[in-house]
Design a protein around this ligand. Structure first.
Ligand code: NDP
Ligand code: 2IT
Length: 446
């Protein structure tokens, strides 16, 4: 490792002990940025990297609620307000039993660069809770959300901090959170994104992350005169991002052969067509069942406790969670002919897996670039809320598509190597950094 990176990481690890995912996210960025900062000493003198890795504010709070049996339950709530140099804090809320401070700091850190890449005026934040919505009734989820917002509301606002969804937080949860915020503040504002279409939401926001990651794959392929048509694609997850990645790939003539959840994956060699996708959407968004049921319904193979990366494909789109592709799986993907990875999830590839992709010189689009379409469309929702005017589906989708093309162009600008290979990791990290760093310098030592 570069000794400058090593020294910086020793400081980060000492200050943020035990926060492994945060260390991982910071190190990946530091490896791209430290050489760049050496060539641009103004960032070094202003200690931008040291400042950008320290949250502006970290809020941790108790979330007590009553379950259906009348028993008191206690969860922990978080909001990491990471960076507001270029706009109000913006980023999702995750409800999952694994949520802790280190995971949310990694997500908030990634969000700063991602939001900058979108070209929209949004700072970075992330929050959530170790609450597990699985197996809870709608009433329990509502009482939890109301309790969570009863503390969070004093820290957020349409011009201060604008949360949205992430794992375990979808339309249902955003509804309950928005209802409670409105009640506490007596204000109808765009304080959350991912709202329902009848009450301030934007068309295409549910689709945006999966569509955006597919548009990004399309852009990467086009640098080699290639396209999605006729390609076999392995997608992981079966939630929001996964569903709409599958929809868009299929629309563009690709064939998605896998879907997964935390228990295993299904392999459908004929492809998940629009009728089968409808089944997944109903299974996951309404019945809240397990992906195994797909295998029973359509008579395909189910692989318990396995991830899709053992299946031969041209394109891999991890859309479930962090560190879901390890070194061995990355090697197998490449060996089986996979030459495009577009990350719908945040940090789904381990550092060793990323190394495999870069060494093999495949088209590797890291999450902070490839999945930025979700937050970008949240930005478009904020714009529509401010104007008090909704845009059509076509208008939002066109803007999303243009934003993904611009993000790709930024990655090409900052990531193209001498031999012509585009290192999208460097491209996204440096491209996302410059605007935030310049804003921080302009605003003084704050
Ligand atoms: P959902 O909650 O809708 O779906 C998550 C999916 O991933 C489910 O299939 C879930 O399975 C699976 N999953 C979650 N945790 C794990 C785990 N630890 N191991 C294996 N599988 C897991 O979330 P989203 O689709 O919104 O989010 C997916 C990814 O995309 C996350 O990394 C998120 O940060 C990222 N992302 C989301 C954006 C958005 O707009 N929603 C925007 C940008 C990135 P199960 O049901 O079994 O838990
Ligand atoms: O990781 C992400 O970019 C999100 N979960 C979406 C954030 C947002 O504010 O829409």
């Amino acid at each position: 490792m570069d000794p400058r990176v090593q020294q910086f990481m020793a400081m980060i690890k000492a200050r943020n002990a035990g926060e492994n995912e945060f260390h991982q996210a910071v190190q990946e960025v530091a490896e791209s940025l430290i050489p760049f900062i050496e060539e641009n000493p103004k960032y070094k003198h202003a200690k931008i990297l040291e400042r950008i890795a320290e949250p502006e504010r970290t809020i941790i709070f108790r979330v007590p609620w009553l379950d259906d049996k009348g028993e008191v339950q206690i969860n922990r709530g978080f909001r990491i307000e990471m960076n507001s140099a270029i706009g109000p804090y913006k980023g999702g809320l995750r409800f999952h039993p694994t949520v802790n401070l280190g995971i949310l700091k990694f997500l908030a850190f990634e969000q700063v660069f991602k939001n900058s890449l979108t070209t929209l005026p949004m700072g970075g934040g992330k929050g959530g809770s170790d609450f597990d919505p699985k197996g809870k009734s709608d009433n329990e989820v509502m009482r939890f959300c109301q309790s969570f917002m009863t503390e969070l509301f004093r820290h957020i606002g349409a011009d201060t901090d604008v949360p949205a969804g992430d794992i375990g937080v979808g339309g249902r949860e955003i509804g309950f959170l928005f209802g409670q915020y409105k009640r506490l503040k007596n204000e109808f504002t765009g304080v959350l994104t991912g709202k329902g279409i009848e009450w301030g939401g934007s068309l295409i926001r549910p689709e945006a992350t999966g569509y955006g990651a597919t548009y990004f794959a399309q852009e990467m392929l086009s640098t080699r005169g290639d396209s999605i048509t006729g390609k076999t694609v392995c997608v992981s997850g079966s939630g929001n991002v996964s569903q709409y990645a599958t929809e868009k790939i299929t629309q563009l003539g690709g064939k998605v052969v896998t879907a997964s959840d935390s228990n295993g994956f299904i392999y459908d060699p004929k492809g998940i067509d629009s009728d089968k996708l409808k089944y997944i959407m109903d299974l996951k968004n309404v019945k809240r069942g397990r992906i195994k049921e797909y295998a029973e319904k359509f008579g395909v193979e189910y692989f318990e406790d396995k991830r899709p990366w053992i299946i031969k494909c041209d394109i891999a789109m991890p859309c479930a969670t962090q560190n879901e592709i390890n070194e061995e799986e990355a090697k197998l993907l490449v060996k089986n002919g996979c030459y495009v990875v577009s990350e719908g999830a945040n940090m789904p590839s381990t550092p060793e897996a990323v190394e495999v992709f870069l060494k093999a010189k495949i088209l590797y689009g890291p999450g902070k670039a490839a999945n930025a379409g979700g937050v970008a469309t949240s930005g478009l929702e904020m714009t529509q809320n401010s104007m008090r005017l909704p845009w059509s589906r076509e208008e939002v989708d066109n803007r999303l598509h243009t934003i993904m093309k611009n993000i790709h162009a930024t990655c090409v600008k900052f990531g193209t190597r001498e031999d012509g290979y585009i290192n999208y990791v460097d491209g996204a990290n440096i491209g996302g950094f410059v605007k935030v760093a310049n804003a921080m310098i302009a605003q003084g030592v704050v």
